[in-house]
Design a protein. Structure first.
Length: 92
């Protein structure tokens, strides 16, 4: 069975997620879904957080939040973000 089929079956079980999952609920679990994706891969994250991923497919607002968080996490991992202490030390 392909990974795509597994994703489809997983999301199909949550076909009514738009009705059941508010954006706030999705965003409560979004950090966990992103952490899982980064540590164990997207498939593992989808299996652990199917409601989040199903919601991201249907909600442009939460999908944009996901995209921006991933950009920030990638920038942090690359050492491109300044620490708050560095920023405050620059304040007169
Ligand atoms: Zn949403």
């Amino acid at each position: 069975m392909s990974d795509l089929w597994t994703v489809h079956r997983s999301l199909e079980r949550h076909a009514t997620v738009k009705d059941m999952t508010a954006c706030a609920t999705c965003q409560e679990d979004l950090a966990g879904a992103i952490d899982k994706e980064r540590s164990d891969g997207r498939m593992a994250s989808i299996q652990a957080y199917p409601m989040v991923w199903a919601h991201l497919l249907m909600c442009p607002s939460c999908a944009e939040t996901y995209r921006l968080v991933v950009v920030l996490v990638d920038a942090d991992a690359a050492g491109l973000l300044l620490s708050i202490h560095t920023v405050l030390e620059g304040v007169p």
